[in-house]
Design a protein around this ligand. Structure first.
Ligand code: IVH
Length: 691
């Protein structure tokens, strides 16, 4: 079903008639659907409607409500801003000093013209309009008192928000102190948008995919999920960014919005450069079309342009409606989309055995690239859209890089092909697929015999954070696999120089590099080996915790579910996964071969003995690049000596272990807070470790 522009022809008052009744039903249905969509978007962070569909439905609701004032309801979603407040958020909720409203928005250039003309008519001259990018993240309100950042509130329900101060403080470009020497004397509020830049979003989703965690649909969801985390260290590691666009105070000492943004910039805030004061509708349209083209080159997601009356006095004169200011409006970009033929649905088996359906399309041009494949996610997605091979489908590139199918064209002649049915057997190894309870995914259960799963396990095993074996990229792993050299991780330890040299393109040096890497992997400590085994749900941190509690693979194998569950973060699901892993005979053979090859399947005595409490109670931040050990090794050293490694500098930081090229923002923060900087060498002598 393609949810496109609504037909407005039936929008006429028709009280009492069938049409009136059906419009009433439609109002109720839309209210229910939009309330549900708001909840999913703001609270669960799992949007079900695209922004465009949401906006169109909201518009339809507003139009219908205007026709039926007798059905007015102050609880209608058209009267409220969506709420991200959740009962169990764990954050302190505070009332906003000034309500946080949203903006009227439109996808139509005509309506932008109308808005400008209306404002101009109201005041009898053409006002200056500041055009800005509409950042697609989540809004934040920062409060400064006497120059100090004291609160950071999410929009919440517009009147109250969650105070996510500690998380916001991890964002490098947000100053902890600002504006003391400005005319505002440090007492003001500034609003803006928190975003996760594309690059960090891609990295995060890649990591989540490796850990079999649900992926974020887009950077906005990722940013909002991140800001609601309870651990600022994880927030810091994700790399959020902020753009500020609205300065507020009891008495703003500037006469225009433009001036206030310049003042914000001078106070040290990150204000976008993509701002222009426009003097007429032509300049406004130029700005819109320029950024509609250029926005794909920006580091963060944008979904439109915001137009604001520049003169603050005029803003006050124009005032507000119940939900939005009259002095501003947002123009939203069209997501580019095209109709094309769905030729065939094929299936891909991932490293973890999940089978993903893929749409093979008749090639079509979209935002300057040719698209011929798009993910169909899973069985439910296909069934919901009701698509089958031979349909003409809509392909869309919205905020996301990966094109998606958003619907099909319903025409006579469609729906005649065979109904869609998900495949029943793995396309790679022929094993019958199983559907995971409570999940939409089908999975191939043949973990140890299905080629992409076997290759994936080897890839995971050699990865930097696991056994760190260099020279084995995914192409080499594929090649070794196809040639029968390595079918599983234990085969790596049987590789001989002559086997590799026989392959095309492998010289002595590259070959030796691989073999050296494999040899060195025998020194990797048990905790990382445990992670490298790729037991489902056992990520890096869980592996560490398990290895600390169970000093060897034999102890872990013998552990009961209750004993496993005593380890922090280990729940029923992880315990069951570990049990299943060891129950599998193939895995038993594999780990015995690893043991025979000399891989560390137990903590070494010196590792267990090497600990101390020299760093007990200390909170240590690692920053920069190091000469003697890797960052991960320093992290381990800190923990081994009783310290805690934290992600961001705060007043609780005991010291910073600093290598070369420490980031200037961290350095500045450390200086301000008087946090001590400790060199690599100092740290090693402090803990009695060797260089
Ligand atoms: S001004 C009273 N400027 O869009 C109006 N908002 O749909 C204050 N947004 O809640 C908002 N970029 O989260 C403004 N340059 C920009 C913006 C922007 C993104 C967001 C903001 C707001 C939403 C409204």
């Amino acid at each position: 079903m393609q949810l496109d522009l609504f037909d407005t022809a039936d929008l006429q008052q028709s009280e009492g008639s069938d049409k009136g009744e059906s419009q009433r039903d439609e109002i109720y249905a839309l209210r229910k659907e939009l309330n549900e969509a708001n909840y999913r978007y703001y609270v669960l962070n799992e949007p079900t409607l695209s922004d465009r569909d949401f906006d169109l439905k909201m518009r339809r609701l507003q139009d219908l409500e205007a026709l039926h004032p007798e059905l007015a309801d102050s609880n209608s979603p058209s009267r409220r801003v969506g709420s991200d407040l959740s009962a169990k958020s764990g954050f302190r909720q505070l009332a906003h000093k000034r309500p946080m409203l949203s903006l009227a928005n439109t996808y139509s250039e005509g309506e932008i013209r109308d808005w400008y003309e209306r404002v101009a008519k109201d005041i009898s001259y053409q006002p200056e309009i500041v055009c800005e990018l509409k950042y697609d993240g989540l809004s934040i309100s920062l409060w400064y008192e006497k120059g100090e950042l004291v609160h950071a509130l999410t929009r919440g329900d517009g009147t109250r928000g969650d105070d996510v101060l500690d998380n916001v403080k991890t964002i490098g470009s947000i100053p902890w102190e600002a504006g003391k020497d400005s005319p505002l004397k440090g007492d003001f509020e500034i609003r803006g948008e928190i975003l996760l830049p594309w690059q960090n979003f891609d990295r995060l989703n890649k990591e989540r995919e490796e850990q079999e965690e649900a992926l974020f649909a887009n950077p906005r969801n990722a940013a909002s999920g991140t800001l609601k985390l309870q651990d600022p260290r994880i927030v810091a590691s994700r790399g959020l960014e902020a753009y500020l666009y609205y300065l507020l105070a009891d008495d703003v000492p500037y006469s225009t919005h433009w001036e206030s943004l310049q003042a914000a910039k001078a106070m040290g805030f990150h204000v976008s450069e993509a701002i222009r004061v426009c003097h007429n509708i032509g300049e406004i349209m130029d700005f819109i079309s320029y950024w509609d083209r250029e926005r794909k080159n920006l580091p963060v997601a944008t979904d439109g342009i915001v137009l604001k009356v520049n003169d603050l006095g005029l803003q006050r004169q124009l005032g507000y409606t119940a939900k939005t200011p009259r002095w501003a409006i947002a123009y939203k970009f069209q997501a580019e989309k095209q109709l094309t033929l769905l030729r065939k649905i094929t299936y891909q088996v991932g490293r973890t055995g999940v089978v993903t359906p893929v749409a093979n399309l008749e090639p079509v041009q979209l935002s300057g690239t040719t698209v011929q494949r798009a993910t169909l996610h899973n069985e439910d997605f296909i069934l919901q859209l009701g698509i089958r091979e031979g349909d003409r489908v809509w392909v869309e590139k919205g905020g996301e890089i990966i094109p998606k199918i958003t619907g099909k064209e319903a025409t006579a002649g469609s729906d005649t092909g065979p109904a869609f049915r998900f495949i029943s057997h793995c396309p790679e190894c022929g094993t019958a697929l199983v559907r995971i309870e409570d999940q939409a995914a089908w999975r191939c259960p043949n973990e140890s015999g299905c080629p992409p799963q076997q290759k994936g396990r080897i890839e995971h095993y050699v990865a930097r954070k696991a056994m760190n074996i260099e020279g084995l990229g995914s192409e080499t792993i594929d090649l070794f696999y196809e040639r029968g050299l390595t079918r599983n991780i234990a085969d790596l330890y049987d590789l001989r120089q002559e086997d590799i040299l026989r392959l095309e393109g492998f010289q002595q040096k590259a070959t030796q590099n691989i073999l050296d890497g494999i040899e060195r992997s025998k020194e990797v400590p048990w905790s990382r080996v445990l992670f490298a085994l790729g037991i489902r749900y056992v990520g890096e941190t869980t592996a560490k915790k398990l290895a600390r509690r169970f000093g060897s693979i034999d102890e872990l194998r013998k552990a009961t579910s209750e004993e496993l569950a005593q380890v922090e973060d280990v729940g029923v699901q992880i315990a069951e996964s570990i049990r299943q892993y060891f129950a599998n005979e193939e895995n038993q053979r594999l780990t015995e071969r690893l043991r025979a090859a000399g891989v560390q399947l137990a903590n070494r005595e010196e590792e267990q003995a090497g600990g101390s409490d020299k760093l007990a109670g200390l909170s240590i931040v690692i920053s920069g690049t190091f000469a003697h050990h890797s960052r991960d090794e320093y992290k381990e050293l800190i923990e081994r000596h009783g310290g805690k490694n934290t992600g961001s500098v705060s007043k609780n930081t005991s010291f910073i272990l600093a290598g070369d090229n420490m980031g200037p923002a961290k350095l500045e923060k450390a200086r301000k807070l008087g946090v001590r900087i400790v060199s690599e060498e100092e740290f090693l002598s402090m803990t009695g470790e060797n260089i």
